[in-house]
Ligand binder design. Sequence first.
Ligand code: GLP
Length: 252
Amino acid sequence: AINYTILEDEVEASQHVAGLFASMINRKPQCVLGLATGGTPVKVYSNLCRRFLAGEVAFEQVTTFNLDEYVGLPPGHEQSYRSFMNEQLFRHVDVPLEQTHFPDAGRLVINDGVVDSESANSIAADYEALIERTGGIDLQLLGIGTNGHIAFNEPGSTIDSMTRLVGLTESTIAANARFFEDASDVPRQAFTMGIATILRARKIVLMATGESKAEAVASAINGAVTSDNPASFLQTHSDTLFVLDKAAASAI
Ligand code: GLP
């Protein structure tokens, strides 16, 4: 069963999650963190920045792996997940950027609009190998999509899926359009860690806030374990904690 904790609101949930990450780093300064993008973790990262400035935590020896990266954005595009993480966390703390990793989506070869699958496979395999080489992820942060997606593992993703190139569903494109000028600017593809990649993390913390996540959260915790609802696969992991605000917990 998935453990969960319900906090008053987004601010309290964010403080709680940041506290879990700070404790992990203080317990194991060379830890490997899995990080997530999206609106949900923004206050987690600002809280970690505050803790760094207060001298409560240092990131010098930390290695990070982000869950996913869009395909097709020009280098340095402000909505790339690399830029997002630089802005929200990395440039405010002491982590050397070479210790922060993303699937290397910029290496993807596309000929006349057709993806070269060999290059896609090699980008994905390199990411998996890099995670392995660092000893694996100690603590993985996740958000959840309203359709139950985790990272960019949309419904249909299998429990044995690894890092790979995926297409985004229309609902995810629509949900992420708020970060772009126009919905047509949202990338249609991304590299994402797979379900199996995520389940290999020693500890997983999924954070969700707001009414819009209530159904997805409830069926991840209580629903059938199925590809139709990728977050339900977290039920098979032995150390997963959901950190929720009251609204996101309201359908459990
Ligand atoms: C995005 C990301 C996920 C994220 C989810 C929810 O598409 N790829 O990693 O957890 O959707 O995003 P938000 O936190 O903005 O609701």
